[in-house]
Structure formats: structure tokens, C-alpha cells
Design a protein around this ligand. Sequence first.
Ligand SMILES: N[C@@H](CCC(=O)N[C@@H](CS)C(=O)NCC(=O)O)C(=O)O
Length: 205
Amino acid sequence: MKLFSFWRSLATFRVRIALNLKGIMPDEVIDIDLMKGKQREDAFRKVNPMMALPALIENDGTMLFESLAIIEYLDETHPQPPLLPKEPKARARVRGLAQLIACDTHPLIVPRVREYLAHEYKVDEAGVLKWGHHWHKAALTSVWRARRPERIFINTIWRRSRPCAASSMPACRTMPSPARIRCGSPARRRRPETTRAQPRETAIS
Ligand SMILES: N[C@@H](CCC(=O)N[C@@H](CS)C(=O)NCC(=O)O)C(=O)O
């Protein structure tokens, strides 16, 4: 099994998490440098015509792309431990939460979209960053509001991504904290703009 990957690829992280949970180690991990546009080279276009990561080639040569499709394939071929709950409503909820990120949010902030905004519409770097933060925040706020059984898990993730001067992921510093959402008084709790760490660069694609 070969996995086409890049450290900055959010969609590849989805697959890497599933591989890890299943205890599957790909025979080869091939780096496709998104920052150098390697995803658009002929060799990779033959693997994924959409020119996006992740992609996976099975031992018989079958080429797979789209993170959720790959994750479903891994779950079907390696059923233990299962990635979805048994009960149909719970399964639909988990799929809904996954699609909220993978289908409704992430596609808005991938390199090809950010580059299109910059080149075709002449949006400057700060504008592109603002675009990314807007969609990340909208998605994470929706996931937070949709939480129910997943509450403990999301709480943990959220706490780790609370504003923190030491954070290496600037995008996380601008997320609303659960406390702000709960008490519904963002203005009172927010530090003045000038004292907050300013975002530099989004760390993921
Ligand atoms: N819906 C796809 C998204 C794939 C995607 O856009 N991946 C990003 C990296 S996270 C990419 O390779 N983008 C290349 C580009 O935008 O040029 C999936 O979930 O696999």
C-alpha cells in the first residue's frame, strides 16, 4: 500500500488518523509538496485527476482518492476497530459531522481556492488569511453547537486549541472558546484586538 501525503494536508490527516486507528502501516509514504505545486505534475495527476491529496494505491494497483472514500474503504477492508457506531442514527450523525468539515468547509480553504482568490481576484495575503479564518471558525462553531454524544471528545480538542501564545498553529488562536459561546457575551470576554496574538500563516491546507 502506498500513501500520497504531505505534512500540511488536512485531508491526508483524516486518512492517517484512520490508518493509525486500524493499525495499518503503508509500505510507502510518498511526499507530494503542495507548497511547490507538485500535486499538479503529470505523475501525480495520473493517480488523482483532481490533483489533490490524499491518494492511496493498493497492492493490486487500484488507485483511490478522496479522504472519506479512502476511510470507508479502510473500514470495510479492516473492520476492527469499527470507525462508525452500529446504530443507524448514530452512524448518520458521525457521517454528518465528518461531512461538515470534509465537504462543507475544507474545500473552501485548500491551496487551489486560496491561489484562485489571490491570482484571479487579486485578494492580498491578509485577505486570503481572513477568508480561511472565517470558514474555519464557521465550521468549528457549527461542530461545537452540534455536539452531543461527541461532547467529551470535542471538548478535549477544543481545550487544546484554545488561544495560547505558545501555539504553533496561528489559526487556532482566533477560534472562539466554548466559554464565550456558552455565556453568549463575546464582547465582554474578548481581549482587545491589540493585545491578542495576530495570525501569521495558516498551518494546514
Ligand atoms: N475532498 C478532498 C479534498 C482534497 C484536497 O483538496 N486536498 C488538499 C490538501 S488538504 C490538496 O491536495 N489540495 C491541492 C490544491 O488545492 O491544489 C478529500 O477529502 O480528500
